[in-house]
Design a protein around this ligand. Structure first.
Ligand code: GAP
Length: 514
């Protein structure tokens, strides 16, 4: 646990030091769970968006994008169920005055039991050596079996009390498990209460005439309310999808773990409208497609896993998360949900407008079913950034910090480094920069020794450093250093564009998806 906290702290401080992420309103000591993206952060974020957007819109003939307003008619949130049910169970510790999500306290308790299982497995693996079969051990070891039964009992009870809205039982569970406040160790808890996560604000200048608006807690509803607008104007035939990237806001009770859980964040969501009865097939296909999108980045297959939901929301008939191995363990990165016709049906009822599709093949009207893929952009940023950050020991015994961001997502594709600040080298460097800048984001850097500049760009995650030396003036060649292997090769200036294109372009990454 302490090691995980250290790892997260390291990620946070590197993100700040290298212009990726700053606490919001930093000069006023920040605002909890809100962050600003710096000069490198915004570029990485935009590149992730572009990878997602193009993979959805450009690679699918039947998916289009929209950009809906953050403010929506208040009835939207009544219809979607957010006003009545977008709550988290909250509990306060009377001694420390700290506020927690009651379900998260129980989940953290489960995580501790899971850690015990992992410890048993590690111990046994050492004892049995190469012969060790972890799955068999989990199935047969009595102690592990006891832990698994315990986890199952706790999870089922929590799920049942939350579904039944039996908050008294959630408190009882916390007490029975002996859960203490992680900060103070006190077990002096208040009752559990529901807390609505939507931020409300007022529309209109005169108090009596004002109307409560909500900052959208998800982008998806902007897609649902535009379903017919897009279907008709785009002459879309089911199955088709509508994608959107945009801000969402949630008044999270406990917002921690850096940009994993924020109060203002960005989502990339796609609703895929299908014929009723075909939704489970489409759901399976989207699960595989989304996993392929992630694996294509090369962050490591072992860092991902599916978590299939056993308890489903009343409107869903299948749901899974793609979990990522963050510095604090496996957590949800993306959700893929088969949401039936719940949202469109609700909007039809609340608006009184028909939200149906006339199927020319079946010659009938119906409300399409929906498969949703929903990923947090900031979480995706954290996945890329935290898994890319490495501390490497080099052959000569020295260390380097390197950010091995996939080249297609890296903020700066190449740094142009004149070896020295005279003899015409900066001029040639600028000439090269001015030629390449139309295709790539390139940085000119002439400060400090060349070794220091290499280290700085390793830490920023720049995939290539292009060094201009005296030979460059003579023979029109430059040295290109590869961030990951640190190998260097001599390239002619006229070949630089195609050399970089092959290695840093998003197109190559997108082509792999086909
Ligand atoms: N429309 C479905 C929906 O919003 P969700 O599971 O609540 O589902 C989808 O959110 C994704 O949005 C999550 O998988 C996560 O990546 C991201 N997300 C949710 N809450 C977040 C928060 N407070 N901070 C950052 N990302 C968040």
């Amino acid at each position: 646990m302490a090691q995980q906290e250290d790892q997260l702290k390291y990620v946070i401080s590197h993100a700040k030091e290298y212009g990726y992420i700053f606490p919001s309103s930093d000069i006023y000591d920040g605002l909890s769970a809100t962050y600003d993206y710096g000069q490198n952060g915004v570029l990485l974020k935009n590149n992730i968006k572009e990878y997602w957007w193009k993979s959805m819109i450009q690679l699918h003939e039947n998916i289009v994008g929209i950009d809906a307003a953050i403010f929506m008619h208040p009835t939207t949130w009544k219809a979607s169920g957010h006003i009545d049910a977008f709550n988290d169970p909250m509990i306060d510790n009377k001694d420390s005055k700290k506020r927690y999500r009651a379900d998260v306290l129980v989940e953290d308790h489960i995580a501790k039991i899971e850690a015990k299982i992992e410890k048993e497995i590690t111990k046994a693996a050492k004892r049995f050596g190469d012969e060790f079969d972890a799955e068999m051990f989990k199935k047969t070891n009595p102690r592990v079996q006891r832990y698994l039964i315990e986890i199952n009992e706790i999870s089922s009870r929590l799920a049942k009390s939350l579904t039944d809205n039996d908050l008294a039982d959630v408190k009882l569970l916390i007490e029975e498990l002996g859960i203490a406040d992680p900060v103070s160790g006190s077990k002096n808890w208040t009752d559990v209460r529901q807390f609505n996560l939507m931020f409300g604000t007022q529309l209109g200048s005169v108090a009596e005439q004002s109307q409560t608006l909500y900052l959208r807690p998800e982008t998806a509803q902007g897609i649902f309310v535009n379903f017919l607008n897009v279907q008709r104007t785009g002459r879309m035939k089911v199955p088709f999808g509508i994608a959107q990237i945009g801000k969402a806001f949630r008044n999270e009770i406990v917002a921690r773990q850096f940009i994993f859980r924020m109060r203002e964040f960005e989502q990339m969501e796609m609703q895929f409208f299908v014929t009723p009865g075909t939704e489970l097939e489409a759901y399976e296909a989207w699960k595989q497609k989304r996993m392929q999108w992630h694996l294509n980045l090369g962050l490591g297959e072992a860092n991902y896993r599916f978590h299939n939901h056993e308890k489903l929301a009343h409107y869903a008939n299948a749901a899974a998360d793609i979990e990522f191995n963050f510095p604090f363990g496996f957590k949800e990165l993306e959700g893929i949900h088969s949401r039936t016709d719940f949202d469109l049906r609700q909007h039809e009822q609340h608006s009184g407008k028909k939200l149906q599709y006339f199927d020319p093949e079946q010659q009938k009207n119906y409300i399409p079913y929906v498969i949703e893929t929903s990923i947090g952009l900031d979480r995706m940023f954290l996945a890329v950034f935290s898994s890319a950050l490495k501390n490497e020991e080099l052959e000569d015994g020295s260390e380097r910090v390197v950010l091995k961001i996939p080249a297609a997502l890296a903020p700066i594709k190449a740094a142009i480094l004149p070896l020295i600040k005279k003899d015409g080298l900066p001029e040639l460097a600028h000439q090269i920069l001015n030629d390449l800048k139309f295709d790539f984001n390139i940085e000119f850097d002439e400060k400090d020794s060349i070794g220091k500049r290499y280290r700085r760009h390793d830490a920023i995650g720049t995939p290539f450093c292009i060094t201009i030396d005296h030979d460059s003036l003579e023979n029109q060649t430059v040295t290109v250093r590869d961030r990951d292997s640190m190998s260097q090769e001599r390239i002619s200036i006229e070949n630089l564009r195609s050399y970089l294109s092959k290695r840093v372009s998003l197109n190559a990454l997108l082509k792999n998806l086909e």
